[in-house]
Design a binder for this molecule. Structure first.
Ligand SMILES: [Zn+2]
Length: 137
């Protein structure tokens, strides 16, 4: 009896958690995916993704941008797109817009987000979009 009550309270608290905490698991997945992509592109992952910037605090933005560019060129187009999507998803988690459908503004189900965290459309809008794409072909 008490156990059931405790569990219910925990669930309620979880629902009220801050967005960043709510999607903590997804964020970790995204970061893992990003790290894997970067590793694939020949970047050595050390203590963290921002290691370069930490090691060279005097590096100008210009130089950093150039380094980023050179690095990006080494990534295949498909990977670049995915990396961009991952970065955008991470950004949405940080600014609190993650999990909202870009098209209808409804909340995307956690299950869908978990399976495909870079998505910006709920399943209804995605299905609609795919149907429209099929019609155009
Ligand atoms: Zn939608």
């Amino acid at each position: 009896m008490l156990g059931t009550l405790c569990r219910k309270v925990t669930v309620d608290m979880a629902a009220e958690k801050h967005l960043e905490e709510k999607y903590d698991e997804i964020r970790k997945d995204l970061e893992k995916q990003k790290a894997a992509l970067l590793a694939e592109a020949g970047m050595i992952i050390g203590t963290g993704l921002n290691q370069d910037k930490l090691n060279f605090p005097d590096m100008t933005d210009q130089a950093a941008a150039e380094a980023d560019n050179n690095f990006t060129l080494r990534l295949k187009e498909r990977e670049q797109k995915l990396l961009k999507k991952i970065d955008e998803a991470l950004e949405r988690i940080a600014n609190g817009t993650f999990g909202m459908c870009e098209s209808c503004g409804e909340e995307i189900s956690y299950k869908r987000l978990h399976a495909r965290p870079v998505t910006t459309l709920c399943i209804e809008c995605k299905t609609k979009q795919e149907e429209e794409e099929k019609l155009r072909e």
